[in-house]
Design a protein around this ligand. Structure first.
Ligand code: AHG
Ligand code: MN
Ligand code: MN
Length: 344
C-alpha cells in the first residue's frame, strides 16, 4: 500500500530535477551546472551526516591547528573541507580550483591533464559558525561559483580575484532542525530541504522573496564599544521606541552567519558585522561569505553593503580578504548606510 508520504516522495521536485527543468527553459545552459550542484549536494549530505553524529564519534573539538585566518580549526572544519575536496576531486573536468577558508592556497583539482581541466572555480566556507558545533547549535556551509580561465589558481590569486557580480552561482546549506540548501544562478533564489529518508534535496520554496523592511537586527552587540559613532547610533535607533516606525526591532544573533542571514531572507531585517576600531576590514571573508550571501539576498530583493559601497561591486585584492558586511532587507541596509556615512 502506498502512503501519502510515498506519493510525496515520488512527485517531489528534487534538486536535480529542478535544475534540469530550469536548463530546459534556458537552451544556452550547458548542463555543467547541474553536475556542480549535484556534487555540492553530496558534500552537504556528508557534512549533515557528520554533524548528526557529533558527540557519538570523535569529531568534536579542536585539531590544535590554526587556519589561514589565524583561527583555531575545529575537527569538523577540516572534515567539512575534506567533504568538498572529495566531492570535486574526481570532477576535474568541471571545477579546476577550490578556494576554501580552510586551505591557505587554492587547491588545484588535477585529475585531468592541464588542457582539459574545468572552467569553474569554487569558493567555500565549508563550515560557517563552527564554534556552534560544540554546543549543538546551528551551522552552515557557503559556496560561490565563478567562471575562470586556464591560468586560474596557478598561484594564490591568479585569475581568482573576481567581483561578486560576476558569480555564476552561489548558495548556502543550513544544518538546523532540517538541512536546507538555498541557491541562485541569477534566475531567482530557490530553497530545498533534505529528506533524509530518500537522501534527496526536495524543492521547498521556489523564488524566495524577502520583505523590503524587517523587524529584526542581528549583530554581536558585545562589540558596541569598538564601532564607529554612526554604527552605534544606528543600533541605538533600532532600539528606540517608535511603534509607528516598527521600532524597537528585536535582536537575534546566533553566531552563525548562514543561520542569521537565512532568518532575514525569510522574515526580513538586517545583519551587521561592521568595521571596528583597529579592524577596518571587519571579520567576514569577501569571497566565500559576503559575496555569495550578497548574490542570494540581492536575487531575493534585498541588498548588501560594506556601509559605503555594494558588496557585489568590490574588487578583491586577495582571495581570503575580509570586509565589513551589512546585509538584509533593502530599506534596513539603506538606513544603516545613512547612519554609517553620517548622513543621519
Ligand atoms: P567561521 O566559523 O566560518 O569562522 O565563521 C564565523 C563567523 C560567522 O558565521 C558569524 O556570524 C561570526 O563569525 C561570529 O563572529 P563573533 O563570534 O565575532 O560574533
Ligand atoms: Mn564563516
Ligand atoms: Mn568556516
Amino acid at each position: 500500500m502506498t502512503t501519502s508520504r510515498d506519493n510525496l516522495a515520488q512527485t517531489a521536485v528534487t534538486l536535480t530535477r529542478h535544475i534540469l527543468e530550469e536548463q530546459a527553459v534556458h537552451p544556452e545552459a550547458t548542463g555543467e551546472f547541474s553536475t556542480i550542484m549535484a556534487q555540492i549536494a553530496l558534500a552537504a549530505k556528508l557534512i549533515a551526516r557528520n554533524l548528526s553524529q557529533a558527540g557519538l564519534i570523535d569529531v568534536l573539538g579542536l585539531t590544535g591547528e590554526t587556519n589561514v585566518q589565524g583561527e583555531a580549526v575545529q575537527k569538523l572544519d577540516r572534515k567539512s573541507n575534506e567533504a568538498f575536496v572529495r566531492a570535486f576531486e574526481y570532477y576535474g573536468g568541471l571545477v579546476r580550483t577550490l578556494v576554501s577558508e580552510e586551505m591557505d592556497q587554492p587547491f588545484q583539482v588535477s585529475s585531468l591533464p592541464p588542457g582539459k581541466r574545468g572552467k569553474y572555480a569554487l569558493f567555500l566556507d565549508p563550515l560557517d559558525g563552527s564554534s556552534n558545533v560544540d554546543v549543538n547549535a546551528t551551522v552552515g556551509s557557503i559556496f560561490s561559483v565563478h567562471k575562470v580561465g586556464e591560468q586560474a589558481g596557478r598561484d594564490a590569486n591568479t585569475d581568482l580575484l573576481k567581483i561578486g557580480s560576476e558569480q555564476v552561482a552561489a548558495g548556502y546549506i543550513l544544518y538546523g532542525p532540517s538541512t536546507i540548501l538555498v541557491y541562485t544562478d541569477g534566475g531567482g533564489v530557490h530553497q530545498f530541504t533534505l529528506d533524509p529518508e530518500i537522501g534527496e534535496f526536495v524543492l521547498s520554496v521556489r523564488h524566495v522573496r524577502m520583505p523590503s523592511k524587517g523587524k529584526v537586527y542581528s549583530v554581536n552587540e558585545g562589540n558596541y564599544g569598538k564601532w564607529s559613532k554612526g554604527m552605534q547610533r544606528f543600533v541605538d535607533y533600532l532600539r528606540e521606541k517608535d511603534p509607528a516606525g516598527g521600532r524597537p526591532y528585536s535582536s537575534r544573533y546566533s553566531g552563525c552567519l548562514v543561520a542569521d542571514v537565512h532568518r532575514l531572507l525569510t522574515t526580513g531585517g538586517v545583519y551587521l558585522y561592521p568595521a571596528e576600531a583597529g579592524k577596518s576590514e571587519g571579520k567576514l571573508r569577501l569571497m566565500y561569505e559576503a559575496a555569495p550571501l550578497a548574490f542570494i539576498v540581492e536575487q531575493a530583493g534585498g541588498s548588501a553593503s560594506t556601509g559605503t559601497e555594494p558588496i557585489s561591486k568590490l574588487q578583491p585584492t586577495t582571495v581570503h580578504q575580509r570586509v565589513p558586511l551589512i546585509i538584509g532587507s533593502r530599506e534596513d541596509v539603506s538606513s544603516a548606510e545613512q547612519f554609517i556615512q553620517g548622513r543621519r
